[in-house]
Each structure stands twice: as C-alpha cells, then as structure tokens.
Design a protein around this ligand. Sequence first.
Ligand SMILES: [Mg+2]
Length: 455
Amino acid sequence: MLLQHFYDVIGIFMLYNLYLVSITYLFFQVKPNKYSFRNSSEPYTMFVDMNSFFASCEQQDNYYLRNRPVGVCVYTGKYGCVISPSIEAKKHGIKTGMRLNEAMELCPELVPVETHPDRYRSYHVKIMNVLRKYSQEVTPKSIDEAVIDFNSYKFIYKDLKPVALKIKNDIRSEVGDWLKCSIGIAPNSFLAKLASELEKPDGLTVINEQNIDTILEKLSLTDLPGISKGMETRFVRAGIKTPLDIRYASPQKLKEACKSIVGIHWHYRLNFVEADFVNETYKSMSVMRQLSKEQRSHQETLHNLLLSFCMKLEGRMVRSDVHCQHVYTHISYENGTQWKDNYKLATPLQDGIDLLHIIKHRMNAFEKKHSIPSLLNAATTAIGIVVSDFISSQCVQYSLFYDREKKDELRKTIYKIKDKYGNQKIKKASEITDEPTFKDAIGFGSVKDLHIDSD
Ligand SMILES: [Mg+2]
C-alpha cells in the first residue's frame, strides 16, 4: 500500500512535469520577439499535432495493442494515471489524467501500458525529419507538436493542403503506419493550432479569411487554446462573450479586458497577425555541466568532458546548418570564482575538434601569461561552453578556405550516418576515449535538442 502511494506520488509528479512543459511552451508562445507581428492573411503556417502520440507509438511497436483501447501510464498500479489514452480509449470516454481504477471501470478492456520515453523521443526525431523535408522552418512545440512556417516557400507551394496530405502519408510510410496526425493550416500559428484541434484524429483543416467567421461562430471562448476559465470570466465581464467578439473588439477594449498587452495579442491572433510564432532559430547553443568531486579529481575526465561538449555543439551546428563566430567558455570553482573567456572567431567555425583546439589554446595562453597551473583542476565545479553569432553554412565563403568544403561535407555525412544508425556507431578517431561518454551533458528541457540526445 505504501509502495502504491509512493508510485502514485511519482506518477503525479511526472504528470505535473508534463504540465510544466506545456506551461513553458505557452509562456514561450506569448513572448513576442523581433519576428513577431508579421501580418499576412494567406494561410502559410501549418500546425502538426500527432494524435494520441504516446499510445500510438506503443501501438506502432506492439501489434497486439492496435485497435484496442490503450492507456499509457507512468505507473500501471491501481491509482496510476493515464497520461495518454489511445484513439480507441478516447472513444470509451477515457481522458488524460484519469486514474486507472476509474478508467478500467469505464472501459474494462483497457490495456494499461507503461511509458517508454526513449521510444517517443525517437519517433519525435523521425517525424521532425519528415517535416523538414518540406520546410526548413520547423519549430517543435512539444514532443508531439510542431509549427511549420511556409512563408518563405510561397513560390514553391501554391496550396498547403496537398503538402499536408503528403506529410501525413510520409509519416505513415517512413515513420510508422499507425501514426496519425491532425494538421491545421492558417495565416498564423495560433489559428493553425486551432485548426488542428477542430478535427481529430487524422484531421486536416484550413482557416482563411473566407471561413474564419463561420468557424469561430461555432466555438466558445474556452475552445480557443490558451483561454482558461479565469480568462473567460475576464472577457465575459468586459462584454466579450464569444471568439467572434474577440475578433471584432478593438485592441484597446481587449487590453482593458485582460488588463495587459495580452489582450492585444488576442486581437492579433484572430485577425491574422502572427503574435506567437517565435522563429526559434538558435541565437546561441550552450552546454554546461556541474561536476562531482570524483569527476573533477581526474584531469583526463575534465579534458574528455570538454571534448564531449565540443562534439555536442558540433552536432547541433551541423544539424542546424550553421557555423558559429563567437565562443564563450566559463569555468566555475569551489571558492565561488569563475574564469570566463569571450572570443570572437576570425573565421566561422563548425568543427568540434577545431573548437576544442581553440578553447585549449586560449586556456594554455592564459595559464602561461599568468603563470598558473591548469585552469581545469580539482577545484572545478562546473564547465560551460556557449557558441553564438551564427552564420548559415551556405554563407561561409568556401573559397577562402582551401579544404574546408570537403571537411564540411564529410561532417554532414557523418551526422547523417549518426542520425540513421545511432550516435555511437561512427566517431572521429579524436573522439574516442576510454572514459564513458558524457551522454547527458545536454538536458531534455527543450525539444530542440532531442535530435541529438535521443539515441
Ligand atoms: Mg497531440
């Protein structure tokens, strides 16, 4: 009984984490940046939402589970929570967050299955790769959702509907025949998300200037993603009772209703202005790790860690097709002091080993100049590297660097092999160490790193 409670608490904790992730995304979405507030009424933003993602991944990998009501749970004991009901389970009324005992009562044939996070991450990576075949501007919003910006592809795609059908087909044929998604197409990411929610599973809905009013007319305020009961009360108090009211209210009125700038964002969202979509190109990439006493006591471990950091950053830059022009290294010590090194690169860089050489060279120069022993020593509590000031790899002037093009091509090929067969299958000779690799150097906090850490 005590054990059950223990698992119960763990289950709730995991679910809470899931909510935290969604809240983070929501927060992220409302944060405008310089790319925001693009105004175009043409439907060139797509939102892809995988249906019952975790449960579908389980059904994909276990044929027995197909066509059955499945409930993916962190813990499959009596009070475990269903965190992802399959499409079939939803038809029986099983909802996310339901306790297993309640769920089984409602649907005795429900098959509870424990979660397999690695499985979901690996499918996420494959799905994102499919989306990137159609547009380079793919922003994962969570493990089972992504926004694709097609605004730069207007000359290639006259209509996004056939593209959406191709994406659905590619996911089925290249990733998993059991995986379905709902796709929304609209002039901005908010309306595209809304469109993706209108038809489930396997939906495809377009919201445009012609049909938006008819669509909003059928919805209540809380049907709009991001409008909670509390927010609904605020709107209603200000006389705004429906989504159509929001669309036609003045920005000022909405601002007053929400008592913040958020009100104006609501005006934008329903009037085709892009207020949410942050073009999530990397401004910087960083790796940082706190070190245990054991780790910092060996020089070799510290140097291997630095190497693994550089290779992590290389992987991320290759996959984002960028070179960096700025490197920042920081080392923290037990006594609270820090060594920091900011360095503007003379030539844009992507290669991890080159990056390591530069960092080591600068550390050595500092040690020599100040006559100190190694900067990496037993008092080191944390090491971090940040690369930034990116430039698209295509813009790097190859002609200036005689063997560079071949090296860059080779690096790209290595990562293609890594992506296909696993990170550990191919390595540069200089990457091979006797130490166990620092696989966890980058956290899973953001889905944009999943393609690196998933294998
Ligand atoms: Mg989903």
